[in-house]
Design a protein around this ligand. Structure first.
Ligand code: CA2
Length: 145
């Protein structure tokens, strides 16, 4: 059966490509999805990209992933730096978790340097723009082979 990867995106990422292009670039979440689908096809995987501005919704999708997904790629956005609840939900997921940040969080304000999600993630990509998602998908293909 085809394995599905959940690509979860946190608060404000619906604005990707529409605001602050100097930090996050001009491409949108639709572009992210198209790039990830291309890599998923190469590996015989399916992917399902979702975005929510609500922490509880992200947690519900992580719970859903326990049955529906083989791996999770997550850009938790600001929840990265604040949410023990997202980390706890990811700890209840058994497959690989990869964390993606579009910007280089380590070059930004000190409060962006800590990630609760990194305590759970197998790997972290930051500062590669939206290409980071496709790179994470490629790594996911390798991890699930
Ligand atoms: O670099 C990333 O991917 C971040 O996860 C983005 C978050 C930020 O809080 C993290 O520290 C790093 C912010 C997402 C907001 O996305 C926007 C995109 C375009 C315009 C406005 C906001």
């Amino acid at each position: 059966m085809t394995k599905t990867i959940y690509i979860l995106n946190g608060p404000n990422l619906n604005l990707l490509g529409k605001r602050q292009p100097e930090i996050y670039g001009h491409e949108t979440l639709d572009d992210v999805e198209a790039q990830c689908r291309g890599v998923a096809d190469e590996f015989g995987l399916a992917c399902n990209l979702m975005q929510s501005n609500h922490e509880g919704q992200i947690i519900d999708w992580i719970h859903e992933a326990r049955q529906a997904a083989a791996g999770i790629i997550i850009n938790p956005a600001a929840l990265t730096h604040t949410s023990v609840a997202v980390m706890d939900a990811l700890n209840a997921f058994e497959g690989p978790v990869l964390e993606v940040h579009i910007s280089n969080v380590h070059k930004r304000e000190p409060f962006r340097h800590h990630s609760y999600v990194s305590l759970r993630a197998e790997g972290v990509i930051a500062g590669f723009g939206i290409e980071g998602y496709a790179l994470a998908m490629r790594r996911m293909g390798g991890l699930l082979a």
